[in-house]
Design a protein around this ligand. Structure first.
Ligand SMILES: Nc1ncnc2c1ncn2[C@@H]1O[C@H](COP(=O)(O)OP(=O)(O)OP(=O)(O)O)[C@@H](O)[C@H]1O
Length: 825
């Protein structure tokens, strides 16, 4: 009763505010029914066929259809303005025509829209039907995959033939490693004094008072009982013990420093066989050599060097076999061990650290390897090996021995061949037919008796190993070690690291390697899975969805969710599955930036193909969106770009595979459900929720698809109340097309940059917390730039002090030239 109520029952005149008395309206309209009910139901009977009854606010008013009270897109039906139905168009309020063949008409259209050329539209079409379009897309898709696959296959076969031809050229007999590589001859001598280490985690001393020298070209055995600190000491020497605080001094070629200052000259063979299981033996060595050999080494030289390394290690017959893993059987354990070593030999460093290189090898292979290492060391290469129970023939190959006891303390340091006489001089006796290496470990473990003197048969019962062994060494040899090589061979002080291929070249090498590593079976299975999911969702949409402006947003945007999850989960393989391999390469001086760039570039193939595989059946099988397929695909590509970045970040951040997998499944789900504006309107969100929604893919994916679709609808449809309401709820405007794409591009890039930062920090992740890692990295780079000298060291910091011992007694390497090794095959 707008404008007031008249209890008198008479309607007010035009001069007073308009008001009606319901009883009078009933009689005015000639109805006998209750007036209120009549009004609620709408009094349509009083309007003519060409009029519209306009509702409660103007009771009794019939408006001519031609005056179009609701705007275009409506027509008159039973005195009500209704939206022109699907499959029809309504140019005015009085006309409702069926959509002609070759065109399609969605609800509210005032004229039909033409179908695209590959699409069929029978008469009365409310949507475009896939028809030959889907077939065309499918054929294109398959042709794309097959041609790529064939190209790679042909290339791989040709390449393998070339490698075999080159390998056949290598003569049987002596093989010379490193010949003609044109590298500067580096040799490395290491001196250390009073080196100790305290664990950062619990402050426990696990090394102390270790003093000695490893001349250039020496082959050193690091021996001791299990848990004696061999690996720890080796890690301290080669700068990999970030989990501890190192005391004492280490000198490289007479200059205080760490071998880690020259990472490209250092090889490290880890105890575990860390290599690429999805590459062949030859490829593993070849890419390693390409990345680490001096810049300017030609591909042919690299190939020749790798073929020789393979020959030296006796791996010719498995050179083109996959290395393999637990899931995919490849070469044997012993062969893997050799590949593990070969990866460092292929890089021809100046010093190699090896953690138990012979474990898992049979007797013959161990001797063969020891002899090979001995030959290499004679050429100037310094090799330091942690070794367990070497048989005599193997032990005999070593030039130096460092024997550690419990708690990481020294029992012996010096020439290997003099170790026996040291223990002999100190009252120990080698039992007949005992292996000297085993005997020494027995001594350290207190399992070999000590006699009062060389000539006496009385056992020194008071002697307690290993503590007294430490005392014995300190008292007899700490000040002046007679067992050391009197003619210490020392290389020139190292001033700069080896110059290896630049970042751009490395990026290219990594890209080629990625192509070789490409698991086509897994790739094709993922494509098939995505295609299937897209097809299922598309068919579902066909059967359940009837177009309406209210449901349009949900129909368009509700299908991306599974695609997001699969893309995120799958992209864990980009970085996450080769964490250890990456660390091994990165620590040997390869660029993490180049590695990252190559990985994300190669992943673009996945981003594109996954988007194509999913969106193709979805687009063509569901009631076709009005936008073109190209526009639709772009939105999917950008969403895949975002989600693969998310997967990469999770996989590099969390070393636990189950944690990263769970995150890859749940993060896209939570972001899509809670922050994409589907369940909770963005306009209703708090500031915090809005911030989260702005970094969620779903929000921009939804917005972009909706706006792009709307832009293909006639302009008058943008004013329909459902459309206006939906745009308000996602806080978007029709002019915002492209904003979503841009945001997704930026977010995807940021996620990748974040992953790069985590990758760079991984190098320093052993034991240190995030702050320590950041400080370490910042300090390192600032020092490189010469900007910071840094505060003076505090107790507990890593201290590299200058050794007071004169270096005048140290003379240069007799032959600093790294001459090729003559390795008997
Ligand atoms: N990161 C670490 N955190 C805690 N303890 C450690 C760490 N690294 C080494 N240790 C401890 O230091 C001691 C020496 O370990 P290390 O691995 O160097 O011995 P090892 O002589 O190489 O033994 P094995 O021959 O069995 O490999 C061990 O007691 C070990 O538990």
């Amino acid at each position: 009763q707008p404008g007031g109520t008249s209890s008198s029952g008479s309607s007010s005149g035009p001069s007073s505010s308009p008001s009606w008395w319901v009883g009078a309206i009933s009689s005015d309209l000639g109805c006998s029914k209750n007036a209120a009910l009549l009004l609620l139901a709408g009094n349509q009977t009083q309007c003519s066929a060409t009029e519209i009854y306009t509702g409660l606010a103007s009771v009794g008013e019939c408006v001519a259809c031609s005056s179009a009270p609701k705007g275009p897109g409506y027509y008159c039906q039973d005195n009500t303005a209704v939206l022109c139905p699907n499959g029809h168009y309504c140019p005015d309020y009085l006309t409702k025509a069926e959509c002609p063949k070759g065109t399609w008409c969605r609800a509210g259209f005032v004229q039909p829209e033409d179908c695209s050329f590959v699409i069929s539209c029978p008469q009365g079409s409310e949507k475009q039907l896939a028809g030959p379009g889907l077939l065309f897309g499918l054929i294109l898709f398959l042709v794309c995959i097959c041609s790529c696959s064939c190209c790679f296959r042909i290339r791989a076969v040709r390449e393998q033939e070339h490698i075999r031809d080159e390998a056949a050229k290598i003569q049987d007999g002596a093989v010379v490693l490193g010949q003609g590589l044109g590298q500067t001859a580096y040799s490395v001598a290491i001196e250390f004094e009073d080196v100790g280490m305290k664990l950062k985690s619990n402050g426990l001393d696990i090394l102390s008072g270790i003093t000695g020298k490893f001349p250039a070209g020496s082959l050193v055995a690091l021996m001791g009982p299990s848990g004696g600190g061999k690996t720890t000491f080796m890690n301290a020497l080669c700068g990999r013990a970030s989990y501890g605080t190192i005391r004492g001094s280490i000198k490289i070629n007479g200059k205080a420093g760490s071998v880690q200052d020259f990472p490209k000259l250092v090889g490290y063979v880890p105890q575990d066989d860390i290599m690429h299981a999805d590459l062949t033996v030859h490829q593993n060595l070849y890419f390693n050599a390409q990345l680490r050999l001096p810049a300017g080494t030609s591909s042919e030289q690299v190939l020749e060097h790798v073929n020789k390394t393979i020959k030296v290690l006796g791996l010719e017959h498995v050179a083109h076999n996959l290395v393999g893993s637990a899931e995919r059987r490849g070469i044997s354990g012993g062969q893997k061990k050799r590949v593990n070593i070969g990866m460092e030999l292929a890089a021809m460093p100046a010093v190699i650290f090896m953690d138990e290189p012979t474990s898992g090898l049979d007797g013959a292979a161990t001797i063969q390897l020891a002899r090979c290492l001995s030959e290499l060391s004679r050429s100037g290469l310094t090799i330091i090996c942690v070794i367990h129970q070497p048989r005599w023939a193997v032990f005999d190959c070593f030039t130096h021995l460092l024997l550690l006891g419990e708690g990481g303390r020294m029992v012996y340091s010096g020439q290997a061949k003099m170790s026996e006489s040291y223990f002999d001089d100190t009252g120990f006796r080698l039992p007949p037919r005992e292996n000297p290496a085993d005997w020494m470990i027995d001594i350290v473990c207190g399992m070999s008796p000590r006699y009062q003197s060389k000539s006496s048969d009385d056992v020194d019962a008071a002697f307690a190993a290993p503590h007294d062994l430490f005392e014995l060494w300190d008292s007899k040899c700490k000040a002046q070690n007679p067992y050391e090589d009197s003619s210490l061979v020392m290389g020139e002080p190292l001033s700069q690291d080896r110059s290896t291929p630049g970042r751009l070249k490395q990026t290219w090498i990594f890209l080629v390697r990625n192509a070789r590593q490409w698991n086509k079976v897994s790739f094709l299975s993922t494509l098939a899975l995505l295609f299937l999911c897209g097809a299922v969702f598309g068919l579902l949409m066909t059967s359940i969805a009837t177009f309406s402006y209210g449901a349009m947003f949900a129909m368009l945007t509700g299908n991306g969710f599974i695609f997001f999850m699969i893309t995120t989960v799958n992209s864990r393989s980009v970085f996450g599955f080769e964490r250890l391999q990456y660390l091994r390469e990165f620590k040997s001086g390869t660029s993490s930036g180049a590695y990252w760039l190559a990985k994300i570039t190669f992943d673009l193939i996945n981003v594109f193909m996954y988007s194509l595989a999913y969106s193709l059946p979805l687009f063509w099988l569901q009631p076709l969106p009005a936008m073109s397929y190209g526009q639709y695909l772009v939105v999917f590509i950008m969403s895949a770009w975002y989600h693969s970045g998310l997967g990469m970040l999770f996989s590099v951040t969390f070393s636990s595979t189950s944690a990263s997998l769970l995150l890859c499944v749940f993060a896209p789900m939570v972001l899509q459900l809670a922050f994409a504006g589907t369940l909770i309107k963005i306009s209703d969100m708090s500031a915090g929720q809005k911030a989260l929604s702005s970094i969620s893919c779903g929000r921009w994916y939804n917005q972009e698809l909706y706006i792009r679709e709307l832009q293909h609808f006639p302009e008058h449809t943008h004013k329909f109340p459902e459309v206006v309401k939906q745009l308000a709820s996602i806080q978007a405007d029709l002019d915002d097309a492209g904003v979503g794409i841009l945001n997704l591009a930026i977010l995807g890039l940021l996620l990748r940059i974040w992953a790069l930062i985590v990758l760079a920090l991984l190098k320093y992740s052993e034991g240190g917390n995030c702050i320590t890692q950041l400080r370490f990295v910042a300090g390192k780079h600032l020092r490189h730039l010469g900007l910071v000298v840094g505060p003076s060291p505090k107790p507990g910091d890593v201290v590299v002090a200058t050794v007071t011992r004169s270096s005048s007694s140290l003379h240069p390497l007799r032959s600093v030239q790294v001459e090729p090794a003559q390795i008997p095959v």
